[in-house]
Design a protein around this ligand. Structure first.
Ligand SMILES: NC(=O)c1ccc[n+]([C@@H]2O[C@H](COP(=O)([O-])OP(=O)(O)OC[C@H]3O[C@@H](n4cnc5c(N)ncnc54)[C@H](OP(=O)(O)O)[C@@H]3O)[C@@H](O)[C@H]2O)c1
Length: 259
């Protein structure tokens, strides 16, 4: 039987590439983001190329109640979600005291609150059916404190901790939980975050297609953590062990400074 996969933030970047990975394996899709035109274009392309069904839901996940409305809409259409991909997210570059507070609260709504609420809406029926999974897109940022992007890094720490805990709760069942933790990736992320003039942008970026492919394969293998790229693997394993936290936060602060 074909799985139905709901992907948030499918209108661009990593989410769009994840949609292609699931479609190529003949999953039906529910594509969610704010930009309806981009979602409809992708849905049409994937239906034509892979003979799948792809549905579009326009939603602004920074709004309280958006996740619940998605749940109600799917219930109304009689659709169940087998796999939930919580990918929508954004960050903002700047010091916490100077950035607009309402925009920082939006990071928490999109990256954390909507992710938890959608998981809470769809996970119980996956557990009941003993199949399916949750695929959360976190970040290498989740392993460190992040001066000059404080709320974003903290939001991804939440995603890392939450995903690992769920993975452990569901060990021994057929429900998978994976946290994909990309490093710098070629997408619209740094334009949205206004972080395109900081030092970290000098490091080479992976393509969104490669990141999505690695995450998808790791999810299929039931891995808890998926960290694409050797330098990101070293950062999240060796660096977190050898550097004391004071060193990590100083280094990340330096890396997140304007050039
Ligand atoms: N690129 C990187 O370097 C990098 C590194 C590590 C982790 N990540 C993570 O990867 C994920 C995907 O980001 P990306 O790099 O692919 O960037 P992107 O190209 O900017 O994609 C972000 C996606 O999230 C959606 N989104 C943003 N705000 C939303 C809202 N309020 N409601 C609904 N959807 C919203 C966007 O769609 P609309 O604008 O159409 O709503 C878009 O589809 C994020 O969670 C990000 O934190 C990225």
């Amino acid at each position: 039987m074909k799985e139905t996969v709901l992907i948030t933030g499918a209108s661009s970047g990593i989410g769009l590439e994840l949609a292609k990975c699931f479609a190529a394996d003949k999953s039906n899709l529910i594509l969610v983001a704010r930009t309806t035109s981009a979602l409809e274009k992708l849905a049409a392309e994937l239906c034509r190329e892979f003979q799948i069904e792809a549905h579009v839901i326009t939603a602004d996940l920074s709004r309280a109640g958006a996740a619940r409305e998605i749940g109600e809409e799917l219930k109304g259409r009689g659709m169940a979600v087998d796999v939930l991909v919580n990918n929508a997210g954004f960050g903002l570059h700047g010091s916490f005291a100077e950035l607009p507070l309402h925009r920082q609260m939006e990071i928490i709504h999109v990256n954390v609150a909507a992710l938890v609420e959608l998981t809470g809406l769809f996970l119980p029926s996956m557990v009941e059916r003993n199949r399916g999974g949750i695929f959360n897109v976190g970040s290498v940022a989740g392993f460190f404190p992040g001066p000059n992007m404080a709320v974003y890094y903290a939001s991804k720490s939440f995603v890392l901790s939450f995903s690992e805990a769920l993975h452990e709760e569901l060990r021994g069942t057929n429900v998978r939980v994976t946290n994909l933790c990309p490093g710098p990736t070629e997408t619209n992320f740094s334009q949205v975050a206004r972080s395109h003039r900081i030092r970290q942008t000098r490091v080479s970026k992976m393509s969104a297609a490669t990141v999505a492919r690695i995450g998808y394969e790791d999810y299929q293998q039931g891995k808890c953590l998926s960290v694409p790229g050797m330098s990101n693997k070293i950062l999240t394993t060796v660096a977190t062990k050898i550097f004391p936290r004071i060193t990590s936060r100083r280094l990340v602060g330096h890396y997140n400074k304007l050039m």
